[in-house]
Design a protein around this ligand. Structure first.
Ligand code: RB5
Length: 151
């Protein structure tokens, strides 16, 4: 899978509800030659999704990865947790259109899936689009600039 000419490591993290899909997406990324930083979880025990969103946000903040993939059962909790970090723009994606627009208009740096709500092949397609699509900039940059932390 390409990465918008930027290269860079793709960090991945999930809770128990997202493990099956993270495993599928990790294999697809590695098959495509991407470098992956797997931050867990890697067994089926019940864990708390904010811990994994925080770990991924830290990896992007300190430069260990440039993009991220998060998965929980619905995708909702781990999205909320990730977007608490001002440097993260995490997009919960369900289809190719959302994956494309999350990059073109929102400059999302993290794609999020619900492991219990999306099929493996659709998610793989979305991830490939996410990694290959550039940000359009222009008027969208002004809007993205307004996405910082709010009181
Ligand atoms: C875990 O059962 C589930 O609540 C979690 O994966 C996620 O869906 C939360 O938003």
């Amino acid at each position: 899978m390409g990465e918008n000419g930027k290269g860079g490591v793709v960090a991945m993290a999930c809770d128990h509800g997202g493990l099956a899909l993270k495993t599928v997406l990790k294999a697809a990324l590695l098959d495509g030659g991407a470098e992956v930083l797997d931050l867990g979880v890697n067994d089926a025990a019940s864990v708390d999704y904010p811990d994994y969103a925080d770990a991924l946000a830290a990896a992007i903040a300190d430069g260990r990865a440039s993009r991220g993939v998060l998965v929980c059962g619905s995708g909702i909790g781990i999205s909320i947790a990730a977007n608490r970090h001002a440097h993260i723009r995490a997009a919960l994606v369900h289809d190719a259109y959302g994956a494309r627009m999350s990059r073109r208009h929102n400059d999302a740096n993290v794609i999020v899936f619900g492991g219990r709500t999306i099929g493996d092949e659709v998610a793989k397609d979305c991830l490939e689009i996410f990694l290959a699509t550039p940000f359009e900039g222009g008027r969208h940059q002004r809007r993205v600039d307004k996405l910082g932390a709010k009181a």
